[in-house]
Write a protein that binds this ligand. Structure first.
Ligand SMILES: [Zn+2]
Ligand SMILES: [Zn+2]
Length: 550
């Protein structure tokens, strides 16, 4: 099968890596195993602890590097068929009916079940320093949780260190060494100068990053002004990188917070009341218009309200390339628990933009089913009850963020497929394929095709799931989906060709996850130059005028 690998362009980068660097990674990973073993126990309490394997142990995960998934319905974004899937050395080698194999191959029976690409979560924050603390899931525990829920890759946001992209990238590379599944990076831009502009080039051309996030909220920390946003959009355009926005009006949010405090509202409900949907709609519209003015694609992260969604729909109607990403919490929850008299319960729902009133979620689901919104993320950003209690007297100090990396695949299946809103092929598109296409790693990821990475889930539509903090794999002690039940269960997760989740137990190895480099100029950039040329020829300017005679 070596011949097959070398004909696939997205394989070449990896195979070119030197063996010495591989050994170095193994050594560091062994150290990471030990660190992780110590690190995970203090937080795990009564929760399940994943089984550990050292990196390099070929026995970890499955007993063989050869796998045959037999008789399932293989689903891709545009097609489904009953077929077998044969995997060797982490790569899908063949997808066709009735594949015969020898005794050295592990066979998994998937009759009556769906065999689908593993989920890709486009929006997570693992081990992120934020609001005076740090998210409690790191690259190992967060990814272990993801794998138990059928997600096999995520894209996390690198936060610059004192504005330095390079320092941020190096810091996140270090954090991600304990990874047990594949991951990629977006980069946040929090200030602007010539150095940042130059570093953006380095990130795209040398570090495998093809997206940058701009915060229109978090005044005084991450927020940037329109002037910087315009600079950033222009730079993204020239680099073929996707501009992403957290769209809330940060100045108005600060004003809204002041209003609530003046009214004596200091509890978690003040969070929702201080930043209503209109502020999300305004910032979304502004970002879209500025991206349209520069003529560059735009990706709006965590679309939480009808207001923001309708701005996206309007822009798409006019032909603008805008991608809208709802997150699971926005799709399936509403804000009622923020009024819960128990602070611990109320605080766990605090995220930004806020979870909205009943009605928004349903509208976002409908937008997702008709393609106005294209893919589902989580914004997995977990803080435990102790961390959330930092804001016990002031909602402005409650660390923002909810869980979701483990729950996304199940909740989207139950809400969207089980309730008849989308097809099974659509499910694959919005949980995996679209993300791979947008971030330019398709069909290495997001597909069950010969040559694709063997990141695969087997989902049993007749089985059921139940979510509770007592059994989830995240380190946090609460779950915003506590008690939710639904149909459809991920019974097997295969990551990098190995069975890492069998429906009840995890077998994960720190250091086994790979950094996935994402090249610039995705399909979203097709036609940009032509549109620019059409714009220039439409100007009928400059007009040549005769100098007036005196
Ligand atoms: Zn955000
Ligand atoms: Zn986020």
């Amino acid at each position: 099968m070596a011949g097959l690998h070398s004909t696939l362009p997205w394989r070449k980068i990896e195979e070119g890596r030197s063996m010495t660097s591989l050994y170095r990674v193994q050594l560091i990973s062994l150290l990471a195993v030990m660190v992780c073993l110590f690190a995970i126990f203090p937080f795990s309490g009564s929760q399940q602890v994943p089984e550990f394997c050292a990196y390099g142990e070929s026995e970890c995960g499955s007993s063989s590097s050869k796998l045959l998934i037999k008789g399932g319905t293989v689903v891709n974004a545009h097609h489904q068929e009953v077929a077998d899937v044969y995997v060797e050395d982490g790569i899908i080698v063949s997808v066709q009916p009735n594949i015969n194999v020898g005794d050295d191959v592990t066979v998994l029976d998937a009759t009556g079940k769906y065999v689908m690409p593993g989920g890709i979560d486009p929006h997570t924050h693992l081990e992120m320093e934020f609001m005076g603390t740090e998210t409690i899931d790191d690259f190992f525990s967060g990814q272990a949780a993801a794998l138990a829920g059928g997600t096999t890759m995520h894209i996390d946001f690198v936060i610059p260190v004192n504005g330095s992209l390079t320092a941020g990238f190096e810091a996140y590379k270090k954090k991600a060494k304990k990874s047990c599944m594949d991951y990629g990076f977006h980069m946040a831009i929090t200030k602007w100068d010539e150095i940042v502009a130059r570093e953006m080039e380095i990130m795209v051309q040398e570090k495998g990053i093809n997206s940058f996030k701009f915060f229109l909220a978090y005044k005084g920390s991450l927020m940037i002004r329109d002037e910087l946003l315009l600079e950033g959009l222009k730079k993204c355009k020239s680099l073929g990188a996707l501009a992403m926005v957290h769209a809330e009006n940060g100045d108005a949010v600060a004003e809204g917070q002041k209003r609530m405090i003046d009214l004596g509202v200091t509890g978690p409900e003040g969070h929702a009341l201080s930043r209503p949907p209109v502020l999300e709609g305004e910032a979304t519209a502004r970002a879209i218009r500025l991206a349209g003015f520069v003529n560059v694609p735009l990706y709006v992260v965590h679309v939480m309200s009808i207001d923001a969604m309708e701005e996206i729909a309007k822009a798409q109607k006019s032909g603008q390339k805008v991608v809208g990403e709802p997150v699971v919490s926005g799709l399936v929850l509403d804000d009622s628990e923020l009024w819960n008299p128990d602070f611990t319960i109320a605080a766990k729902y605090v995220m930004s933009p806020p979870i909205r009133k009943p009605g928004h979620g349903k509208a976002l689901q409908a937008a997702l089913s008709r393609g106005v919104l294209q893919l589902v993320g989580t914004d997995h950003c977990t803080f435990n009850s102790t961390q959330k209690a930092l804001g016990i007297d002031d909602f402005r100090k409650i660390p923002n963020g909810v869980n979701g990396i483990e729950e996304r695949m199940h909740l989207v299946w139950d809400t969207m497929v089980e309730w008849g809103q989308i097809s099974v092929t659509d499910y694959v598109r919005i949980t995996s394929t679209e993300c791979a296409r947008i971030f330019n790693i398709y069909p290495r990821k997001g597909a069950i095709l010969a040559g694709s990475d063997a990141d695969i889930i087997i989902l049993n539509p007749n089985s059921s799931f139940e979510i509770t903090a007592a059994t989830h794999h995240s380190r946090t002690d609460t779950n915003v989906y506590e008690g939710r039940k639904g149909k459809g269960k991920v019974e097997v997760t295969i990551a990098g060709g190995k069975v890492v989740w069998d429906g009840s137990a995890l077998k994960v190895a720190p250091g086994s996850g790979k950094y996935i480099e994402m090249p610039p100029f995705s399909h979203l950039f097709n036609g940009i130059e032509k549109a620019d040329a059409a714009y220039l020829s439409s100007l009928r300017a400059p007009v040549r005028r005769l100098k007036a005679a005196t």
